[in-house]
Ligand binder design. Sequence first.
Ligand code: FES
Ligand code: FE
Length: 470
Amino acid sequence: SAGARDREPLELSALVDVDAGTISREIFINEQIFRAEMDNLFARAWLFIGHESQIPEPGDYFASRMGSDPVLLTRDSEGEIHVLLNSCRHRGMKVCRYDSGNTLQFTCPYHGWSYSVDGELVSTPGELFGVPQFHNAYGGKLRRENWGLVRVSRTVNYKGLIFATWDDDAPAFEDYVGGFMLWIDNLADTLAGVPAGTEAFGGVLKWRVKANWKFVAENFLGDMYHAATTHASVEAAGIGPAGANSSRHGTSPEALAKRRAIQHSTSFYLLGHGATDSAIEQRVPPTFADHPELTEYFADLFAKKVEIRKANGQHVGGHGPATLFPSMSFHSLGFPRTILVAHPISPNETELWRWFIVDKDARPDARDWLRGYYMRYSGPAGLTEQDDMENWDYATDASRGAVARRYDYNYAQGLGHSQDGPIEGTVESVHWSTEENARNFYRRWLRFAEGQSWASLMDPCSVKKPDVVA
Ligand code: FES
Ligand code: FE
């Protein structure tokens, strides 16, 4: 796919004219831009690594990724969590080739260097482990303390969700997230709003699509526009709890229309994250055609959450699909909660990872029902996800056409139709749907891709606030 334009010096700001609502197709296929994304964005931003419940015991590990780098999420004998580059310091071989497990140490399959779960190059008296032939081969002179696995600078465990950044200068995770934390809370808290009471179902679904990672991110950060067209067949088939004649989320078409009428608010964040906002009261609890006891169970949890939030004087919103900039998308709709991370492999290939989240104390029948629903909905075999994947693949392929490549995409929906949102730092559309979220994502994307300083990246004033309707 590399063309002459890949070798020309890049002028990124000429490709992304957010204020005019146009973006060049080039940013979805260009190799040079992809490299700038890896160096300037993925090696600096806070990224989601995994869920604490995946590594409950000392010695547990889960193999994850940060941009183009494979990493290991581990728990050491003291219970501390680490994120380590999964690459041997000798010649780079992966020191761990399993997806997850429990171990005393990682032994490199190439020449046998061994590392403890906290990343130290091991030294043991009998030389059976550690560096093979330490005395014969290195005269005992290798300074093992300098050759441990590369450790990620900073990690955060936020209510069981583990995030990490390579950048020592990155702002605190809470500052990076800003007012978007409400959506993260709705993902990480229980359905009734109890903090840190969730876990990930065992096993992460992983598959590759022939699509640029940004199409995935922007699909979840505010594109409510696609649902009625793209997912029409899913709605017709009735994949939700109430079966046919109901939405995917188990509510009647009338209830859905009512919600849309009040939910004009696709909120957007000056930090590049994006989400659709609706309050839990607006999300009619699901109706289960064959399990009335589950209808009652979920309605009760919804009611509890409203009660807790109101007692604490908190906004009851933040329920909707969302993307934490740059690449962690998730659903926190009310009852289904899933995470989708788009790991960039190349400009036109992305590895998608799906986690499914459930209350630790969920009733067994609710847990079983959710497991089935999650797989019917999301992941490579999920009906809704398949609809979306097809769009991302074709859009990426179309961006490569020699002629097609000359024509910009339209990101003008809702330009000039915004108002201040209910949460600090947000603006929302006066209409039900807007592309303000996507425009804002690309404003921040541009500043990252250009390699700007954190002061500039975190300054909302350097982002042009859209015309706010009085
Ligand atoms: Fe790991 Fe040589 S590459 S020991
Ligand atoms: Fe979709």
